[in-house]
Design a protein around this ligand. Structure first.
Ligand SMILES: N[C@@H](CCC(=O)N[C@@H](CS)C(=O)NCC(=O)O)C(=O)O
Length: 337
């Protein structure tokens, strides 16, 4: 063996050991939702929230904290579309071994799943928070129905789009993902092939980074997925408009702002920032949705939870997408045609 082959073998051995150690530090597994009383995490504040600026589920939890008036320490956790795969870093996996955001930590005990966080905050966080849930059981059931519609499943984020508005979110967000990923170095995206539990994500982001919006939008399966999301979301918005008309607003259940409005704030925001809202609202039947969305944005919680936590990469991506739609008819046709 020459000194060169010996060095090569040593390097390969070193890389393999590094990979195996890193892999074992980044192992993920599913978690059950709700409060985990048996887990104790280091903390400095009574409430600590681990969340991402762009993540739909994270936004719901920031909004509920703002609505309940609960102070908390904020840990901003990146997803690859906002910079890096921080959710599968060893530090965050100690907080939530599923590798998903958000996680709320109360006195060191984590609470998993965004909807469990919403109800936990409404039930425990502050004396005012109880008002986010109706006392009347029938109203409570109705609130839960609207909450359920906004869920994004951890197992299959796009399951059952006809029943869930939340399942339409990934497909509608796809063009913004493609434009955002331009700002992320390729080497960071490729790390996902080594460590991310869902290899479809690095594959999608690598292709988006290499080929760009025009090419990605011309791929038939991606177009079909996006159009299915769009068409089902239109149906969900029509149901929302009918509901708002029947209750006379200003909120989904009428006079009382509830957890259902927290979820739907984030759905409408995503539909808006991905360039779809104006397209949908050309339909006059959806006018109540516009009034409702304006009222949501005027609440104090919106500034605290959404505006003040905006992410620069996402803002650039949204501006890029709007420009591309305005200047490239092929892109506009792929989206709206
Ligand atoms: N059902 C979960 C879904 C959480 C989820 O899917 N979070 C996404 C962001 S919205 C995530 O952390 N993805 C990790 C990744 O993209 O690598 C919840 O509601 O909390």
């Amino acid at each position: 063996m020459t000194p060169f082959t010996i060095s090569l073998a040593a390097l390969a051995g070193f890389l393999l050991i590094w990979f195996l150690i890193e892999k074992s530090r980044r192992r993920t597994h599913p978690v059950t939702g709700g409060l985990q009383e048996n887990i104790n995490l280091p903390h400095t504040d009574e409430f600590e929230l681990y969340a991402n600026a762009f993540s739909h589920c994270s936004r719901k939890t920031r909004l509920v904290m703002a609505e309940a008036g609960v102070p908390y320490r904020y840990h901003s956790i990146d997803l690859i579309e906002t910079g890096k795969y921080e959710t599968i870093g060893p530090r965050y996996l100690k907080v939530n071994p599923s590798g998903l955001v958000p996680t709320l930590v109360h006195n060191g005990h984590p609470i998993y799943e965004s909807d469990d966080i919403l109800t936990y905050v409404a039930d425990h966080a502050s004396p005012d928070a109880g008002s986010l849930v109706p006392t009347d059981p029938a109203e409570r059931t109705e609130m839960n129905r609207w909450l359920e519609s906004g869920v994004i499943s951890s197992d299959d984020p796009m399951e059952n789009m006809p029943a869930r508005a939340g399942s339409c979110i990934p497909g509608l967000t796809f063009p913004v993902f493609v434009t955002a990923i331009r700002y992320i170095p390729l080497r960071r995206i490729l790390v996902g092939f080594l460590f991310h539990p869902d290899k479809k994500r690095p594959a999608f982001f690598t292709a988006s980074r290499l080929f760009g919006l025009r090419t990605m939008l011309s791929q038939k399966p991606l177009q079909q997925m996006m159009h299915a999301s769009r068409d089902h979301m239109r149906g969900h918005l029509a149901q929302l408009a009918q509901k708002l008309e029947s209750t006379q607003g200003p909120w989904i259940l009428g006079e009382q702002y509830t957890l259902a409005d927290v979820t739907w704030s984030c759905i409408l925001l995503r539909v808006d920032e991905t360039g779809w809202l104006d397209h949908f609202l050309q339909d006059a039947d959806l006018a109540p949705v516009r009034t409702y969305y304006t009222a949501l944005k005027n609440r104090d919680s919106w500034k605290a939870a959404i505006t003040d936590k905006a992410h620069p990469i996402v803002e650039k991506a949204e501006a890029d997408l709007k420009k591309a739609i305005a200047t490239d008819s092929k892109i506009a046709k792929a989206l709206y045609g």
